[in-house]
Structures are given as C-alpha cells and as structure tokens.
Design a protein around this ligand. Structure first.
Ligand SMILES: Nc1ncnc2c1ncn2[C@@H]1O[C@H](COP(=O)(O)OP(=O)(O)O)[C@@H](O)[C@H]1O
Ligand SMILES: [Mg+2]
Length: 310
C-alpha cells in the first residue's frame, strides 16, 4: 500500500448496516464513513439506534448484515487489532466500583498488555490531564458524576488509541464539567485523534463535530457539517412569534415560508434572507417576536419531530 492510498482509507467505513433483535429492526441500512482526524457526530432521539450502531464498531454487537471496516480492517477478522487501536467511553458507567481510580486505569492497561512502567506513566499523565490526580487513591463509588465521567474518558485513552468512541460522554454533567470535557475533547482533536461522538446536546455537537449524521428509527435522515445542516433546514435566521395573528399565518402560507405552527407559537425558518426579516419586523412584529440565529436544535426538531419518545 502506498502512503497515498493509505491516507485515503477511512478510519471507519460502515456499509448497509442492519441490526435486528427478533423482529425489531434497530439499525436499518446505515452507511457512513469517518475520515482520519475527523470529529464525527451521531445524533438521534432515544431509541434511534445510535448505541447499537456504534457497538458494531468495536465488535460488541454482531452485524445482522452489512459490512464494517475499521482502520481498513474487516471487523469480523480484524476485531482483535481494531480493539487494540481504539478507545471506548460507553454510555453507562462501566468503572469497577470496588477499585480505586488509579486501579481502574491500571486494570485496563492490563487488558492491553501494556508493560507496567508504561501503564504507570500513562495513568499518571491521564490523571493529571483530567484533573483527577488528587483522587487517585479514592474508590470509584465516592466520585462525583463529573469525576466518574472524566475517569471513563481517561480510561478510554490508556492504550493511546487512534480512534475514540464516545457514547453520550456528557449526559448528566453540570455545565462546568461539560465545558471541561469539551475543552479536553477539542484538545485531543487538535492532536489528530479521530473521534466519534453521540450526544443529546445540540450545542455540543455543533461546537465539536466536523460532520454529523442525524439518525431516527435506525435510518440516516441527513448528513453534513453543522453549518450546512443549519443553513439548509433552519435558514439564516429564525423568528419565533408568541400568539401569532391570523394575518401572519396567512402571510406565512401565501409566501410558502418554512415554518412550524405549534398553536400558541409560530416558528418561521427564514431561508430567504434579510428582506423577509425586514418585512416581518415591519408588518407583523411588535413585542411578541423573537429573532434569533438558526441552530442545530432547530434542525434536529424539524427532522425528528417534537413528539416524546419515552
Ligand atoms: N439487546 C437488545 N435487545 C432488544 N432490543 C434492543 C437491544 N438493544 C437495543 N434494543 C432496542 O433497539 C433500539 C435502539 O436502541 P439504542 O441503540 O440503545 O438507541 P439509542 O442509543 O439511539 O438511544 C431501542 O428500541 C432499544 O430498545
Ligand atoms: Mg444510546
């Protein structure tokens, strides 16, 4: 293989993935690629199939059909090498509660057969990196939620992986912890690590991800950069109107504007530029209008709907 062709090999190449549990299809013909150095996002409501799909990447969920290549290796034959080159931070807390913080890291280093000296050095570096040094002798059960998450992240990096898979790494964290995790992830990204992230925080996805897919009912709805998706589905700006007048509704219909009518609230997605905004401000808006930028949350809600999933 020449350097050129090697650089073209995607880190993850998923083709026509299917996963069925009995008669239920959790992953329904999913195809995506993640390139080297990319920060790739997988978004979707609860039950969309995100965890099931990404478990296929590290061999925890056998494919019903389709193919998965990681680092250019087929998951079925290459899973041993693949696992040695990737790090996983699972959605649920999988730390060993009976062990200390440091022991959790060393135990994991053992799974990768790291020599003791290297394991000790890496664990010291990671504890420092994730601000856990002062807790290294503490039992995991005494850690706060934020600390446990940071330890999960540290543990995912113990084997110096080329690819890190993060399944909802910031769910349940307070804003301070979340921002701290974001900073660390950004920094790792800038060192060339390839990352795949699932999250329910749209702001997080928009900030971290180079490219993302939105999945629902096991299928990809859209794929793109956060910016392009926002522009396409939410427009340049969004106008939210409390208790909209019938005249405004009529205007929205007659101009064929992209909108969501929630009854007591009308959301207009302005894909037509500043003229429309001037018109709305002039003719329909007193204090009941809020003008704001379109966001990834708009895109997500427009594509997956506002109905509750659980
Ligand atoms: N082992 C399993 N057996 C049966 N159904 C499962 C299993 N794992 C996941 N599912 C179902 O598959 C769907 C997708 O789950 P999951 O991948 O965890 O979604 P997400 O991570 O997007 O919230 C859900 O409806 C879930 O109940
Ligand atoms: Mg999940």
């Amino acid at each position: 293989m020449t350097d050129h062709t090697r650089s073209m090999t995607p880190i993850i190449e998923a083709r026509n993935l299917h996963k069925r549990f009995g008669t239920f299809t959790a992953v329904d013909d999913l195809s995506f690629r993640v390139e080297k150095g990319e920060f790739f996002g997988v978004l979707g409501p609860n039950g969309a199939g995100k965890t099931t799909a990404i478990r296929m990447i590290y061999g925890f969920s056998p494919l019903t059909s389709g193919s998965m290549r990681v680092f250019g290796l087929n998951i079925e034959q290459g899973w041993r090498e693949i696992r040695s080159r990737l790090g996983v931070c699972q959605q649920e807390n999988t730390l060993d509660p009976d062990l200390t913080v440091e022991q959790n890291l060393l135990l994991f280093a053992g799974y990768f057969s790291l020599p003791k000296v290297i394991a000790g050095q890496r664990s010291r570096e990671l504890l420092e990196y994730f601000a856990l040094e002062h807790k290294k002798q503490a039992k995991v059960e005494h850690l706060s939620g934020g600390m446990a998450r940071r330890l999960m992240l540290a543990r995912a990096l113990i084997n110096d992986p080329e690819l890190v898979i993060l399944d909802e790494p910031t769910t349940g964290l307070d804003p301070q912890s979340r921002h701290q995790v974001w900073d660390k992830l950004k920094e790792l990204r800038s060192r060339g690590l390839t990352m795949l992230l699932t999250t329910h925080y749209m702001e997080e996805a928009a900030w971290l991800c180079d490219r993302l897919i939105i999945v629902d009912h096991g299928k990809i709805l859209v794929e793109g950069t956060p910016r392009a998706l926002i522009r396409e589905h939410a427009g340049d700006s969004v106008v939210e109107v409390e208790t909209p007048s019938e005249a405004l509704r009529e205007f929205t219909r007659s101009r064929n504007l992209q909108h969501d009518d929630l009854g007591n609230r009308l959301i207009i997605y302005n894909t037509l530029g500043p003229d429309l905004e001037h018109q709305l401000r002039g003719a329909f808006c007193d204090q009941t209008c809020t003008f704001r930028q379109g966001s990834l949350e708009d895109v997500f809600l427009r594509l997956t709907g506002r109905g509750l999933r659980e």
